[in-house]
Design a protein around this ligand. Structure first.
Ligand code: NAD
Length: 278
């Protein structure tokens, strides 16, 4: 590991009960975070993940906690951030991984507005609520310095990474609600990165295509043809492993990425470079 990709601060991962959020929390613990707080609407999953993280943590003083919350509820989001600052002193890295899929596929002309509101309230509004509360907490704390072989530099007050999607840039037929919500999450990322850059807060997104999460495993068990469909569309011929996303998130939080802000990393094995998906 290069020295500057190590972490040492307090991490909050929203949606860390399962899937990409859970693996992100593990990657942060492995990279040296001093504490990881597992926030999720499913308290049982969060507790199991928090306990498991102790196996991977490399910081000798590692601490972990859980917080039950819902990204749709602004008070619950604020309470979560207040809890982290009160119990752990500051918030260095925040990862926003809570999100849902499209629901029933439909062309735009057939959009079910109740479904659209549901997806937007979690993936877009929920993301904004999290970033808003996290950035407000980060700007109240002192910046950190990093010393490398070439001297010492200011690496800012905190880093926020949103788990967006390749659908933040490209569509998939029938996935309008999800695609619009993930474009919005990219908008949150750009605007928050821009507005808070001078305060030393970096806001970024990772944008994966298919990732091997528990949900995808269920789908593959139900319909083995999905594996072939992914292989047909993805140039690397397979879905990403969770770690192939979560380790990138850890890198983006680290001093190695201290000049990257308001943008995203596509983790799509070049899917979005193709003009023809089928
Ligand atoms: N899995 C993929 O292939 C893939 C690809 C691209 C982007 N993504 C994005 O990654 C993120 C995570 O996806 P995943 O596949 O790991 O999902 P997942 O369902 O496995 O995990 C999501 C976690 O978020 C929690 N959560 C859901 N709604 C919440 C809410 N309202 N408040 C608090 N917690 C909530 C869930 O309890 C769960 O623990 C999502 O935003 C998704 O859109 C996933």
């Amino acid at each position: 590991m290069i020295n500057s990709s190590q972490l040492d601060g307090v991490a909050l991962v929203v949606g860390s009960g399962r899937g990409i959020g859970k693996e992100s929390a593990f990657s942060l613990a492995e990279a040296g975070a001093s504490a990881v707080i597992f926030a999720d609407m499913n308290e049982e999953w969060a507790k199991e993940s928090s306990e498991e993280s102790k196996k991977y943590a490399t910081n000798k003083g590692y601490r972990t906690a859980t917080f039950k919350m819902n990204v749709q509820d602004d008070q619950s989001v604020q309470d979560m951030v207040d809890f982290v600052v009160k119990e752990f002193g500051r918030l260095d890295y925040a990862v926003n991984g809570a999100g849902i899929d499209n629901g029933p596929h439909a062309d735009i002309a057939d959009t079910d507005i109740a479904n659209f509101d549901r997806v937007m309230s979690i993936n877009a509004r929920g993301n904004l609520l999290c970033v808003r509360a996290q950035a407000a907490a980060m700007r109240a704390q002192t910046p950190k310095m990093w010393t490398s072989r070439n001297g010492t530099r200011d690496i800012g007050r905190g880093v926020i990474v949103n788990v967006a999607s390749a659908n933040s840039f490209a569509g998939l037929p029938g996935k309008g609600c999800y695609t619009i919500s993930k474009h919005a999450a990219m908008g949150v990322t750009k605007m928050a990165g821009l507005d808070h850059s001078a305060e030393g807060i970096r806001v970024l997104a990772v944008c994966p295509t298919w990732v091997r999460t528990p949900l995808l495993d269920v789908e593959l068990a139900r319909n083995p043809e999905v594996k072939g469909q992914i292989a047909a569309v993805v140039p690397i011929k397979r879905a990403a492993e969770c770690e192939e996303v979560s380790d990138v998130i850890s890198f983006l939080c680290s001093p190695a990425a201290s000049y990257i802000n308001g943008t995203s990393l596509l983790i799509d094995a070049a899917v979005t470079t193709t003009l023809r998906l089928y």
